[in-house]
Design a protein around this ligand. Structure first.
Ligand code: ZN
Length: 135
């Protein structure tokens, strides 16, 4: 794994949180993007080499809606950048980690992504991200 690609933060109201984080970073989000398959609206801020991803549920079945119901707003996941997500998934499964996604899927911000199950990672939800490079 190369670096912390981003940290995901679950929020109730992404427009209010965009204002809050824009004030915190003195910088606007560089994009907003809906991920329909995950039931989320996202926004992204650059912080040096890493990013902060805000996530708001777009429906009540969204994993973010369930997270906020149980735990409230706050840090939701940590994403690590990888060079070859398919081989990382195989490597981690071979070591006994439980993948939520056994195959990488398209996520926000031009990334192929896969989540590990937090029960196999000390309660931390971990996302793998590989940037999609246009060929
Ligand atoms: Zn993420």
């Amino acid at each position: 794994m190369k670096k912390i690609e981003h940290i995901g933060i679950a929020v109730k109201d992404i427009s209010k949180s965009n204002e809050l984080f824009a004030a915190l970073f003195d910088d606007e989000p560089y994009k907003m993007e809906e991920v329909v398959s995950e039931g989320v609206m996202t926004s992204f801020f650059r912080v040096g080499e890493s990013k902060i991803e805000l996530l708001q549920a777009t429906n009540e079945n969204s994993p973010i809606a369930k997270f906020i119901e149980k735990k409230g707003e706050g840090i939701h996941h940590i994403a690590f950048g990888v060079d070859d997500i398919e081989s990382e998934i195989k490597r981690l499964e071979a070591k006994g980690f439980t993948m939520i996604h056994k195959e990488a899927k398209k996520g926000a911000d031009n990334m192929m992504i896969a989540f590990l199950h937090p029960k196999s990672t000390n309660g931390v939800l971990i996302e793998l991200c590989q940037e999609i490079v246009a060929k």
